[in-house]
Design a protein. Structure first.
Length: 276
């Protein structure tokens, strides 16, 4: 008898983060929506990650393991995981994040099932430090109209809260693998998905996310500022308020060249995220 395909495929790409992986996986497997598969893409980890995944597989038949033969990077790993997925809907979670609402998937799938005009839904996040202490609670714009108003200014959908239609993802061509060296491949995908349907954020906290944005190296911050500026130009005819978004991008780029750029970057990153 053929096994029934899951409603949701949760794709978790990881590389040598065994200490964090287990918590992320357990937050998925503890969801009230049981009709799911957890597809863990091991990007050629060199630590105890394979052993942790093996233990999870033995404990829960919904866990599937895909191992890359060599380190391919997080974007290619995400695309590979989604291509292997069997679910109608795709959820993403980063290996250093956890879902804090056990009903997250149930709420999101119910919404998409009853609103066929929507292609993706997200929710709020709680930023946590290395000790797991929450220091910033973020509820992004909720309705599609409000999301579109700001999407050229900042990324209004958090990857570890997202649920999207697999068919819509296929029509976009997936994550842009040329953006591997940036931290903007998800933002780019949301803007392409938004051209195919509506977007929505639940006014609830769905994920606890380990803070990382302000820890970018100078070189990577500079590169990412250039990439996000290019993305705003790319989608300037698809979304409103391009001038505000482009100005924000220019400020971010200029900060990399100023004295005390690390301190200024940190302030700008915090200021930007309090609006998300």
């Amino acid at each position: 008898m053929k096994q029934r395909d899951p409603l949701v495929s949760v794709v978790l790409a990881t590389h040598s983060r065994a200490a964090l992986l287990r918590k992320a996986a357990e937050s998925v497997l503890g969801q009230t929506e049981k009709n799911l598969e957890l597809l863990i893409v091991d990007d050629a980890s060199s630590d105890e990650t394979p052993r942790v995944i093996e233990e999870l597989e033995k404990r829960d038949a919904r866990v599937r393991h895909v191992r890359n033969p060599f380190n391919m990077g997080r974007v290619k790993s995400a695309n590979r995981g989604i291509l292997e997925a069997r679910g109608v809907y795709i959820a993403r979670i980063d290996d250093d994040d956890t879902w804090c609402d056990p009903s997250k998937l149930a709420k999101q799938t119910a919404f998409l099932e009853s609103h066929p005009e929507y292609v993706a839904v997200g929710g709020g996040t709680i930023r946590v430090d290395l000790m797991g202490k929450g220091f910033l609670h973020l509820l992004p714009p909720q309705e599609d109209r409000e999301i579109r108003k700001v999407i050229l200014q900042f990324n209004p959908l958090a990857q570890s809260t997202i649920l999207f239609r697999r068919l819509a993802w296929e029509k976009t061509g997936g994550y842009d693998e040329k953006l591997e060296s940036s931290v903007s491949e998800d933002w780019d995908l949301w803007m392409r998905l938004g051209k195919r349907g509506k977007l929505y954020n639940f006014p609830e906290y769905f994920a606890r996310c380990l803070e990382a944005g302000q820890n970018l190296s100078h070189q990577k911050f500079l590169y990412n500022a250039r990439v996000t500026l290019a993305l705003r130009l790319k989608y300037r005819n698809d979304y409103p308020n391009f001038s505000q978004g482009y100005l924000r991008g220019l400020i971010s780029l200029l900060l990399a060249f100023l004295p005390f750029h690390f301190f200024l970057r940190r302030l700008f990153w915090r200021a930007s995220n309090t609006q998300r």
